[in-house]
Design a protein around this ligand. Structure first.
Ligand code: ADP
Length: 561
């Protein structure tokens, strides 16, 4: 062999060794095992002193299997011992390691009281001496496995929550379908009966009354379902304003008085000791909380029972705020402790309407709880079967700025007592008389147009109709300036929607036409729809289904302005 050729080969071997070393960096230790004699040698030793100590201990073992069994006994966790012992045997390694490529074994060991994930990779080759060899490389895969385990855990959780959401959706849909079909069935059934007995006025009147009751129930159900889903999706934001708590209680009393009277129940309101009557909160939502609780108290308490509403405020630990407690207590049917655990779940009812004869959806309390949560408050329940229930809502309200100054004064004057005195009169039956007023009714749905037109004509209006926004703008554009007193405008319409039509009318050159009162009459019934109507230049908002009472309420504000 010529000298420079030998030099080339040596260089090549050196380079190959460097390549192997670079690849071997991934392993803390590398062993070479002679498969026929089971002799072993350490090819690369770890820099880790702990591993070095172990190696020193096992170095005294002559053959590979004895050395490994010593290692397994001492360091491998109990649950992996058997597995590793079986798989580390030479025959097994020879069988499981492919001719080209590597075979991996994963196990956990305990070092200094800490559990570590380790991987052994094996590769085999035939030496120039004709013998079979196995190379074993030990890798610390603790961080990789931990990361993998975390990812798997996250995936498992995501899967579980997706399954849970799916199940909840299915239950929700089937509950909803059932609860909607029940009143719907009554409406359709009574409509058919009314048709069949059309000559019998008394009978038809009775059927119509039942249709009305079922429609009202259906509407409140739809409202609750929508409210619930909007709260859950985070679409509901609190509209905070200064709220006079006695007003809330007076409104509440006015709303429930009819039901209380018809069930001959006794209502006791105790709000005398309120020191801070003005607070900052969302009046509508606070009202909804109290109305839900009080309506339940009335519903689930028999004739002649007692309903107690107690409101008190206490100083709050945070300055500028006040802690309020609202308690609604009844002497009604009460609830079992098992049911109370699920009382705030959607659609949960202790007895179905069929069993109890009491209408309900099982949504009221979940909505109540969600709103109280939105207010950062909490609601608790105490109840005993056959004795009665008490719901307590605790919530901290912000105080209006000036309240600090008048705080003491109000306390001395004892203004809390005013609740008992000022009760708003509920609306009595009213005759609507809008004789001679001409309106333009803009509505694309023929049925809705007919209903609204008849209702408005019965109240004395002269009604002209338009089927979409473009037609409405054109009618107003061509009409004499004082022809119309008002426009009722649907929102969702083909060609041009109600918002756009309003904006077009508001930009007409003729000042009188441009300022004509426009009232939204729409199925877009949420608070944000209401706000959108006003920002588009409308003067009022009426949610469908319409009735003369709600129309008159809006018209009263417009015509008396
Ligand atoms: P709904 O009254 O429409 O069924 P809620 O969510 O308001 O739905 O109430 C859920 C259930 O909790 C009711 O069906 C009833 O079983 C029980 N419940 C609520 N309030 C009372 C109460 N004051 N007394 C007895 N049971 C009540």
């Amino acid at each position: 062999m010529e000298p420079n050729m030998r030099c080339d080969q040596q260089e090549k071997i050196k380079l190959q060794l460097q390549v192997i070393n670079a690849l071997g960096n991934e392993y803390s230790t590398l062993y070479l095992i002679d498969c026929s004699t089971k002799e072993w040698s350490i090819f690369k030793s770890s820099s880790n002193t702990l591993i070095k100590n172990i190696l020193d201990k096992i170095a005294t073992c002559a053959d590979y299997e004895t050395a490994f069994n010593f290692y397994i006994d001492k360091y491998v966790v109990d649950e992996d011992k058997e597995y590793l012992r079986n798989h580390i045997a030479i025959e097994c390694l020879m069988e499981e390691t492919p001719d080209i490529g590597i075979h991996s074994l994963n196990y956990d060991r305990m070092f200094n009281g800490a559990r570590q994930h380790v991987q052994i990779n094996s590769a085999k080759f035939k030496g120039d001496d004709g013998k079979s060899y196995i190379v074993l490389g030990f890798r610390d895969v603790h961080d990789i496995i931990e990361k993998q385990m975390k990812q798997e855990e996250a995936l498992r959780e995501a899967l579980m929550s997706a399954r849970h959401a799916n199940r909840a959706k299915t239950t929700f849909l089937s509950n909803m379908s059932h609860d909607i079909r029940t009143p719907m069935n009554a409406i359709m059934g009574y409509a058919a009966l009314a048709e069949a007995h059309i000559e019998n006025t008394a009978q038809v009147q009775d059927y119509l009354k039942k249709i009305r009751t079922s429609s009202a129930h259906l509407l409140s159900l739809i409202n609750e379902i929508l409210d619930m889903s909007r709260i859950e999706s985070g679409a509901v934001k609190l509209e905070e304003n200064i709220v006079h708590i006695p007003d809330v209680l007076n409104d509440l009393r006015a709303m429930i008085q009819g039901q209380i009277a018809s069930r001959q129940q006794n209502l006791h309101i105790d709000a005398k000791s309120i020191a801070h009557e003005d607070v900052i909160t969302d009046k509508l939502r606070l009202n909804q909380i109290l109305l839900n609780l009080v309506s339940n108290a009335i519903k689930y308490t028999g004739v002649g029972g007692n309903i107690y509403i107690r409101v008190q405020d206490k100083p709050c630990q945070i300055s500028g705020r006040v802690s309020y407690e609202f308690s609604v207590k009844d002497t009604g049917i009460g609830m079992s402790p098992e049911f109370i655990d699920h009382i705030f779940d959607t659609f949960s009812r202790e007895r179905s309407s069929t069993v109890s004869g009491i209408e309900g959806s099982g949504l009221g309390l979940s909505i109540t709880k969600s709103i109280v949560d939105l207010m950062n408050g909490n609601v608790t329940v105490h109840s005993e079967l056959g004795k009665g229930s008490e719901f307590i809502v605790n919530v901290d309200f912000k105080l209006p700025e000036q309240n600090h100054a008048v705080e003491e004064k109000s306390k001395k004057a004892g203004v809390g007592a005013s609740v008992a005195k000022t009760i708003k009169m509920s609306e009595f039956k009213r005759v609507y008389n809008y004789n001679g007023k001409r309106i333009l009714l803009v509505e694309d749905n023929e049925l809705n147009r007919e209903i609204a037109s008849t209702l408005l004509a019965d109240a004395g209006f002269i009604v002209d109709e338009a089927a979409d926004g473009i037609e409405a703008v054109s009618i107003i554009y061509k009409a004499p300036e004082d022809k119309y007193d008002l426009i009722f405008m649907d929102i969702q319409m083909p060609k041009m929607d109600g918002y756009m039509a309003t904006r077009e009318i508001r930009t007409l050159q003729n000042n009188k036409k441009a300022n004509i009162p426009i009232v939204a009459m729409t199925a877009n019934a949420f608070e944000e729809d209401r706000r959108k109507a006003f920002t588009s230049g409308m003067n009022g908002h009426i949610a469908k289904p319409i009735d003369m009472k709600s129309i008159a309420k809006v018209l009263d504000t417009i015509f008396t302005e």
